[in-house]
Structures are given as C-alpha cells and as structure tokens.
Design a binder for this molecule. Structure first.
Ligand code: NAD
Ligand code: UDP
Length: 318
C-alpha cells in the first residue's frame, strides 16, 4: 500500500524559530514538505512560528544542536546560530560550540541518513575584506582572537567540516554565504542595524550611527534570501558552494540612516557613537556564481524591503 507520508519530503530546519528559519519553514510547508523546526529558543521565539503550529506537517522541537539528535529526514538546513553581534558575543564559547559541535552533530546525522545538508554560512568568513566586492574565491581577512571571532571562526570551521565530510564521506553538502539580510521577524533587540534604525525612527529616538557611518553593507530582503537558500538546496549535487547569497546594492550606514528617517518621518536625529572593534569597513557580495549556477537574482528593492519591514515593526508596536 502506498504510504502518502513517504511522498512528502521530510526537512529539518535547525534554528527554525529564528528570523530566517521561520521564513524558511513557512516556504517549505508551502512547497508541500514535512518540516521539523528545531530550536533552543536562544534568539528565536515561539511567536515566530506560532502561525505554523496548526499545520499537521509542521513539528516544533526544542533541542540544542550542540547535543546529538536522532530524527529521520531527507534534507537538513543548518541555520542554528545567533547571528547578531550582540547575541553572538553574549556567550562567545556557546557561539563557537553551536557552530562547530553543532555542525559535527548535524553532519553526523546527515551521514547516517545519507541526507543532503545545507550550511547557513556568512559573509563574516571574509572578515574585514581587502578585496571588494567579495567573490567566493577570496579567503578573507579575519582576526582570530577578537570579539567577532567566536562567530567568524566558528563559521569558518563549520565550512571546513562540511567540506571534509563531503570529501571523506561523499556527503551531499551545500554551503551558502549569506550577506546582511533584513525583514519582518528580525529580533527587535538584537542590535542589527536595519531593525535598530527602524525602531529608533518609529519611537522618535536618536538614530545611533557607529563610527562616522562611512562603512558599507549590502542589504538583501528576506524573501529573496529564502529563494536563494531553497534554489541552492535543490540544485544538482555537484553544486556544493560556497555560494554567496545577498543583494549587491551597497550603501553606507549613514545613507541607510538617512533613508530610514525619510521613509518613516518623525523627529529622529542622527547621532554618532564609537565604532565596535573589528567592524568591517566594506561589504558587498559578488553574486555571479549564484546567478550562473542557480539562476538567482534578488527581486525586492531595498526601498520596498524597508517599507515592508517598517510596516511589520509598526504593527508590533500597536
Ligand atoms: P536568528 O538569531 O534569528 O536565528 C538563529 C536561530 O538559531 C534562533 O532561533 C536561535 O534560537 C537558534 N539557535 C541558536 N543557537 C542554537 C543551538 N545551539 N541549538 C538550537 N538552536 C539554536 O538569526 P538569523 O538571522 O535567522 O540567522 C540564521 C542563520 O543564518 C544563522 O546561522 C546566521 O549565522 C546565518 N546568517 C544570517 C545573516 C542575516 O543577515 N540574517 C547573515 C549571515 C548569516
Ligand atoms: N550599526 C550602526 N548602528 C547601529 C547598529 C549597527 O551604525 O545601531 C553599524 C555596525 O557598526 C556595522 C553595520 O551597522 O557597521 C552593520 O551592523 P550589523 O550589526 O547589522 O551587522 P554586521 O556588522 O554583522 O554586518
């Protein structure tokens, strides 16, 4: 007898109750997959996935990936890891453990299951780059002993583990290097620049620019990023990455602040604070590889993304 359950792809999303993870779970359910959302709720919340709980093909599992896990799935998206500097520096040893022990546990699970596994890596593997824009072939410029190192080096080591499991065990891997992404369900207190500026503008508070605001970032809207992650996971097995995913439109942090104030209105003033140590001076993805291999291009303009994100935070306040 045909078991209909077996017809659905079973997918594990670690960090599934976080900002990116919750959007990914939603999209995978829309595609008709059976989704296990795993999270230890360090930075993610049940609220982010509460609207999915009534779906019979969605399962929420409280677990910390630094401990082994036994479930049966076909694909694993490994997103679990605090992503904002404030959060990942709060318990830096746990951050490294999450990236390194967590990767070993998830890779071990994938090996046992012969499952395909995708790692949410980061542009932080390039550190404070002296090559601009950053292609995947650039090895980066990372301080191994600074306050950002727990995250940067943890993610670099996770990439190493992914490629060693691939070479040693023929594991099917996918490594995405994600650049700054923003959108609804960003944690309001995680200190990331887009959410900080929008929330400050909505409250009429000063907009806190760190340094002189000349440092640059390139901001990708969450829906585009999720498209890219799924396209990478579903690409042919010879596409292992690393593949940059991000929006190449680069801007200074000062320009971002001015845009947000203009968009939201109000009386906020720009104020200047100390620049955190090792803050990268410039960041822009070279997305040529993603365009070629995945036929992927960001679709949502920065302006549209800011409007949607501002609408989300406005609703949350009411
Ligand atoms: P987030 O903090 O919202 O989500 C991370 C999730 O992982 C949270 O739900 C958190 O509770 C969970 N988590 C943390 N440690 C865990 C552990 N040990 N076991 C189980 N769950 C754990 O951050 P995000 O922005 O959604 O980022 C998701 C992933 O994407 C992260 O791996 C991050 O490094 C990567 N990434 C994000 C961005 C971005 O701009 N958002 C950029 C580059 C890379
Ligand atoms: N930033 C800022 N004001 C804030 C928060 C961040 O000027 O209130 C700056 C931060 O110093 C960095 C950039 O914005 O140069 C992006 O910071 P974020 O923490 O969002 O991401 P990351 O530094 O990891 O790219």
């Amino acid at each position: 007898m045909q078991d209909t359950y077996q017809l659905r792809k079973r997918v594990l999303v670690t960090g599934g109750a976080g900002f990116l993870g919750s959007h990914l779970c939603e999209r995978l359910l829309d595609k008709g997959y059976d989704v296990i959302c795993l999270d230890n709720f360090f930075t993610g919340t049940k609220d982010n996935v509460a609207h999915l709980l009534s779906n019979p093909y969605f399962e929420l599992l409280r677990h910390d990936i630094t401990w082994p896990l036994y479930v049966e799935v076909d694909e694993i998206y490994n997103l679990a890891c605090p992503a904002s500097p404030i959060h990942y520096q709060w318990d830096p040893v746990q951050t490294t453990k999450t990236s390194v022990h967590g990767a070993i546990n998830m890779l071990g699970l994938a090996k046992r299951l012969k499952a395909k596994i995708l790692q949410a890596s980061t542009s932080e593997v390039y550190g404070d780059p002296d090559v601009h824009p950053q292609p995947e072939s650039y090895w980066g410029r990372v301080n191994p002993i600074g306050p950002r190192s727990c995250y940067d080096e943890g993610k670099r080591c996770a990439e190493t583990l992914f490629f060693d499991y691939h070479r040693q065990n023929d594991l099917r891997i996918k490594v995405a290097r994600i650049f700054n992404t923003f959108g609804p369900r960003m944690h309001p207190n995680d200190g990331r620049v887009v959410s900080n500026f929008i929330i400050q503008a909505l409250k009429g508070e000063d907009i806190t620019i760190y340094g002189d605001g000349s440092q640059t970032r390139s901001f990708c809207y969450v829906d585009d990023l999720i498209d890219g992650l799924i396209a990478l996971m579903e690409s042919s097995d010879d596409v292992v990455g690393p593949v940059n995913l991000g929006n190449p439109r680069e801007m200074s942090i000062k320009a971002l602040a001015e845009h947000v104030v203009n968009e939201i209105g109000g009386s906020s003033k720009l104020v200047y604070k100390d620049l955190p140590m090792d803050d990268p001076k410039q960041r822009q993805p070279d997305i040529g590889l993603a365009q070629k291999l995945l036929d992927w291009n960001p679709q949502v303009s920065f302006e549209e993304g800011i409007q949607r994100t501002a609408a989300y935070f406005r609703d949350k306040r009411n």
